[in-house]
Design a binder for this molecule. Sequence first.
Ligand code: GDP
Ligand code: MG
Length: 297
Amino acid sequence: LMGYVGFANFPNQVHRKSVKTGFQFTCMVVGESGLGKSTLVNTLFNTQIYPNKQPAEPTHDCPQTVEIQSITTDIEENGVRLRMTVVDTPGFGDFVNNEESWKPILDNIESRFDAYLEQENRVNRRKMVDNRIHACLYFITPTGHALKPLDVEFMRRLHTRVNLIPVIAKADTLTEEEVVAFKQRILADIKHHNIQIYQAPAYEYDDEETIAENREVMSKIPFAIVGSDKEFEVEGGRRVRGRRYPWGVIQVDNEEHCDFVKLRQMLIRTHMEELKEFTNDVLYENYRTEKLSAMGI
Ligand code: GDP
Ligand code: MG
């Protein structure tokens, strides 16, 4: 079903409380301009979170830093509310010298940790606002070759602070074989550079179905992504979201065509709570410990 998001069907009873109060999730998108970040966000929520606009011509008075733009939207499904915030980072990798492109992004992530820490230290902790980034989708240029130094540098600098989820942008520009080979190469590069990308934990009490589902989702990383806000008619008169080529339509919501469905499933159904927990229990906790010990506390 096209407009279907999926969070209302959380399988686990543990989430009953969230079902009542509503889910809240913050996701960041990072990658060079033109890789389809805004399009993916629109595709993910099947709405125009970002209005269509022509990309601005680069001019000399363009800001010479990465911008941080945050957009929040409420999605409701079967009476369950999800407040989704997407943090976009236009400008990343766009400058003559991109050596420090990662820095404003790291600063932003850490300042969100600081804001949380500050609330924890208050006497009244009943109204905690969690603006921490729970997942960071990192868009890799579909070169079919290897990670670029910019990619490696970003991931190396950020992996201890955020759940990194690498995605291959515009996967429709690669053949199926190229995608398979590129994924292997990316994972090898990630391993070679000791980069920690997000890994779902396995629990003893997980049933076989959950384990199989997790394994299936994880096996797709880095997700090969195709985004589109256009619909086309395919065989049988069905209308599908996709991108049209002379030989046919690449379908966004068809798992045989790309990994978009799996990525969405992971983010807003199977792993949303996991990503939040890991952010709180490991990433934030490590940051907090480092910060307090640096202060001599
Ligand atoms: P951003 O700068 O990363 O936010 O990229 P945009 O979402 O603005 O997309 C830049 C251009 O790439 C637009 O013309 C999109 O239509 C196109 N685009 C977005 N996603 C895809 C995709 O998955 N495949 C292809 N081939 N083009 C895409
Ligand atoms: Mg954009």
